[in-house]
Ligand binder design. Sequence first.
Ligand SMILES: C[S@@+](CC[C@H](N)C(=O)[O-])C[C@H]1O[C@@H](n2cnc3c(N)ncnc32)[C@H](O)[C@@H]1O
Length: 178
Amino acid sequence: MTALQTEFANRAASHGHQDMLPHMHQLHQLAQMCRTAVEFGVRTGQSTIAIASGLESGGGGTLRSYDINEPSVEVPKSDTVSWTFERADTAKLELIKPCDLLFIDTLHNSDQVEAELKHSVMVRRYIALHDVYMFAQHGEQGGGIIKPILEFLADNPEWQVMRYYHSEWGLLVLNRVA
Ligand SMILES: C[S@@+](CC[C@H](N)C(=O)[O-])C[C@H]1O[C@@H](n2cnc3c(N)ncnc32)[C@H](O)[C@@H]1O
């Protein structure tokens, strides 16, 4: 087992931040089907490790992560996965580079998610959004996030709901159909 897979197994088993625990394997599996991923929201890197290790299991790739704050994570070196981090407000970011997977988990309110979903034009396969249940109706310092997600789906028929994984927090996966 590589250092990255060991880190993933440890973090998927237990971690101080409980919110990603139910979804670690789901995110890992999604990343296995991808070569390039972008992550919005790092904190202590639960999703970072799930995505990076998933890319590695799938044959390797690149992960670029963004957060408005400096994250607290060490991603173990991998022969096949490269990880880069940039500090930025993802509501104000220039369009990201093309990628297979975009993972969204920053400030959970309607304005933020609406702005972040503008990057969908650069995403080839999947958009995964965390906390869609927790913040569905009432967001953090703003409106809930289910409205901009439903509006996005109505306005962009090339995207559909692929899977919803329920937990106290909730992970929604959209996939591009055209
Ligand atoms: C729930 S945490 C992310 C958890 C992470 N995905 C994980 O699995 O451990 C939310 C993160 O969003 C970041 N954040 C908050 N507002 C932001 C913004 N406007 N732009 C970018 N990142 C932001 C916070 O600094 C925090 O690290």
